[in-house]
Design a protein around this ligand. Structure first.
Ligand code: GAR
Length: 208
């Protein structure tokens, strides 16, 4: 049974999708062992507490820089004996001291089809604002491994979602969450926990 540590910063609907998937048996060979939040009072903490999942708060604002913050996260991950780290709406780009300590063990859900609308500055609603501004007719979500470069690690799963006339960033965000993120994130977690994701020449291959 793998220890899944979920990192969050806000509302935690992706965390909820993981909790629901765990309860319904979709996640095989893994359990959410800890939720770590970068913000006090994040609603995601309440979602975890409701299920008696242990939580930790490591507030970003209490650390001088990204490196010292990342070191605190690394210490917590080591203490929790994390086998898989899931960034589920975690709004901080972790320093390489974390990514290099957990190669191909950290996954992130991004609310667009990478390599579109990704990288530094593309997070949360901003991603959908940019997609609508550009006028794309299809967007979606991507689950990928996390490496030293923002949103550039090996892609594991993607799902496309239609953009519709009159969409606002909020409407598009909700559709992408419902139709893509909340599905492909739990699926990826389950595949990882069953050792069904292989790395071949730096790319992720899923053996279902
Ligand atoms: C989600 O749409 C997630 O993909 C996005 O923030 C939202 C968090 O929602 N993450 C990023 O933009 C990371 N680059 P949630 O807290 O309800 O899961």
């Amino acid at each position: 049974m793998k220890n899944i540590v979920v990192l969050v910063s806000g509302g935690g609907t992706n965390l909820q999708a993981l909790i629901d998937a765990q309860k319904s048996g979709i996640i095989k060979n893994g359990r959410i062992s800890c939720v770590i939040s970068s913000k006090e009072g994040a609603y995601a903490l309440e979602r975890a507490a409701n299920e008696n999942i242990p939580t930790r708060v490591i507030p970003r604002k209490e650390y001088a820089d990204n490196k010292s913050y990342s070191k605190a996260i690394l210490d917590a991950l080591n203490e929790e004996k994390a086998d898989l780290i899931v960034l589920a709406g975690f709004m901080i780009i972790l320093d390489e001291i974390v990514t290099k300590s957990y190669p191909y063990k950290i996954i992130n859900v991004h609310p667009a089809l990478i390599p579109s609308f990704c990288g530094e500055g593309f997070y949360g609603l901003k991603v959908h604002e940019k997609a609508l501004e550009y006028g794309v007719k299809v967007s979606g979500a991507t689950v990928h491994f996390v490496n030293e470069e923002a949103d550039a690690g090996a892609i594991i799963m993607q799902k496309a979602v239609a953009v519709e006339n009159g969409d606002t960033p909020e409407v598009l965000q909700k559709r992408i969450m419902e139709q893509a993120e909340w599905k492909i994130l739990p699926q990826t977690v389950s595949l990882f926990c069953q050792d069904k994701i292989e790395i071949v020449d730096g790319r992720a291959v899923v053996n279902e």
